[in-house]
Design a protein around this ligand. Structure first.
Ligand code: KIV
Ligand code: ZN
Length: 549
């Protein structure tokens, strides 16, 4: 093994905070959601969205239920500016939606940002500057006071422009960017300085957004910092604490959830976690995590496939097959034991109020996914899965002892091909194996009548090796009469072992299906027959079993 140079890295500094209370908390209501798809998400695309694509995504976000949407960075490019103008001039912002724009704390950018907002009924202007120790040193070459001064002068200009353009509907957000790389006491000091300028009150609360611009630590440390900040910030009741996590260590949602437990009020993120590098926090996952715990998320993901489609068309990003709640394969089980448990769980679920199906944290139907794909068959699958497909897709409720037999037949095929079998391929195997077997015995004619003594009488003709043979039999029902009549003809001593039947479809044109197992000497086999008449379905099932013996 080649050793990697671990000495190049150092652990994230500890943040001792024994007074923390968040580990005992649970999340009982949804946060204020803010989508940053059109800004942070867009900035991370190799081909940023066109104005038309941004409009389409904006409309999708509105329809999902986002009421705060960061729509862009209008001072950064012409497209961004034009998009904000189009939203405002074409009256595309619903009254209950607030757009948010981002600006660096630099005079000409703040001025241009305010220009982009002319005519907007309301908006959030989001000011940021990096406060991190590393960036103070290597990017800005400035000390703490100089960096704080950048934030304060930006806030002063924002306050001034808000009054100048007479836009009472403008609210403010400030982010000490790279909060997780900033000394927490210093981040608090900068936020206090910004608040001293913006003077939030009950009618004009401000948002303080604490970004994990780069995720650097385990989520518990982020939560500790959020709780610490929330307890130390002045005028807490007039400040909305917002979190904005990125996914560099793969824990953005976890960090976001712990931060909510730690007292955050608002969450910024993107659909499916699009965003710089490894992405922003995934809003779909966080919202549906809440939903799966019985907490109303206030966002509508009931047609996840449509959301995925529009998202992919606009961003040209794909959603991974295993993406939580949304991936193509996340409601699919290939493993036999999982399939068996799901099959049983789905049956037990009927009539229950609370969702408790093994291996399915939520009901796929709640996000518009169907049950068809829950169970898919490959060489890892077992009898339960095959039986589930036959019932779910085609209405054949195979009797329990038949599951193993048909499951083995399917497994032989998947073992050989090492390929997945689709439901229609499974049905074709079923038909070939049970319904269409015509040799050595094929039924030519059959009539059923009653004798004077009240017994059932069968008159039938069979083709056996191209020779037609007629026979008759009597018994206490059609199956008994048929078995008694055919036994001497085929010179087999037959014992009927089991019989099951059910209607195959509803309505007047419904067929019946019969499943029969028959043994002769030491061999037993199943047969299946389908016919509009249940007696003929049973006779066909006897022949199917005999042809398979
Ligand atoms: O990740 C980040 O820090 C940002 C800020 C601009 C809020 O996107
Ligand atoms: Zn970000």
């Amino acid at each position: 093994m080649k050793t990697m140079n671990v000495n190049k890295y150092q652990p994230y500094p500890p943040f001792p905070f024994p007074e923390r209370t968040w580990p005992e908390k649970t999340i009982t209501r949804a946060p204020i959601w803010c989508s940053v798809d059109l800004r942070d998400g867009n900035q991370a695309l190799n081909i940023p969205m066109t104005v038309e694509e941004k409009i389409r995504l904006f409309e999708l976000l509105v329809s999902i239920g986002f009421r705060e949407i960061e729509v862009g960075f209008p001072s950064a490019s012409e497209i961004e500016y034009r998009f904000v103008r189009k939203l405002i001039e074409e009256n595309r912002i619903p009254d209950d939606v607030t757009i948010q724009i981002l600006t660096q704390s630099r005079e000409h950018l703040i001025r241009r940002s305010f220009e982009s907002l002319k005519g907007a009924k309301k908006a959030i202007v989001h000011l940021y500057n990096s406060t991190s120790a590393l960036q103070r040193e290597v990017v800005f070459n400035m000390n703490k006071d100089q960096i704080k001064h950048i934030a304060v002068t930006g806030a002063e200009l924002m306050q001034h422009l808000k009054e100048e353009i007479k836009m009472p509907g403008v609210r403010f957000e400030y982010s000490p960017e790279s909060f997780t790389g900033t000394e927490t006491e210093y981040a608090l000091e900068v936020c206090h300085a910004v608040m001293a300028v913006l003077k939030p009150d009950a009618n004009n609360k401000m948002i303080l957004n604490l970004p994990a611009t780069v995720e650097m630590s385990t989520p518990n440390i982020y939560a500790d910092k959020i709780e610490w900040f929330s307890r130390h910030i002045n005028n807490r009741e007039n400040v909305i604490i917002s979190i904005h996590t990125h996914n560099d260590r793969g824990c953005a949602v976890a960090a976001g959830e712990l931060a909510l437990m730690a007292g955050a009020d608002r969450v910024e993120g993107t659909l499916f976690g699009n965003g710089e590098r490894t992405g922003n926090m995934d809003l779909v996952t966080m919202a549906l995590n809440l939903f799966s715990q019985g907490v109303e998320p206030g966002l509508d993901f009931s047609d996840i496939n449509k959301i995925k489609e529009i998202y992919s068309q606009c961003t040209k990003m794909q959603v991974h097959e295993r993406h939580p709640y949304a991936g193509d394969l996340v409601y699919t089980a290939f493993s036999g034991s999982h399939q068996d448990a799901i099959n049983k769980g789905m049956k037990a679920q009927k009539g229950r109020k609370i969702w408790t199906v093994p291996y399915l944290p939520i009901d796929p139907a709640d996000v518009g996914r169907t049950y068809e794909s829950i169970i898919r068959i490959n060489s890892q699958s077992g009898k339960g899965g095959v039986a589930f497909i036959m019932e779910q897709e085609f209405g054949f409720k195979l009797p329990k002892p038949m599951h193993a037999e048909f499951g083995r037949i399917i497994q032989n095929i998947t073992d050989k091909t090492n390929n997945e079998l689709t439901p229609s391929e499974i049905k074709a195997v079923f038909e070939n194996e049970y319904l269409q077997k015509k040799t050595p015995y094929s039924l030519n004619q059959c009539s059923i009548s009653m004798t004077d003594k009240g017994e059932t009488q069968i008159l039938a003709s069979l083709v056996i090796h191209e020779e037609t043979i007629e026979f008759q039999g009597q018994g206490n029902g059609p199956i008994d009469a048929f078995v008694k009549g055919i036994s001497p003809v085929i010179k087999k001593d037959l014992t009927l072992k089991s019989y099951d039947e059910h209607a195959l479809s509803q309505g007047s044109d419904s067929s019946a299906v019969a499943y029969i197992s028959i043994s002769s000497l030491n061999k037993t086999s199943f047969g299946v027959g389908v016919d509009p008449n249940i007696s003929f379905a049973s006779i066909k099932a006897v022949l199917s079993a005999l042809n398979r013996l």
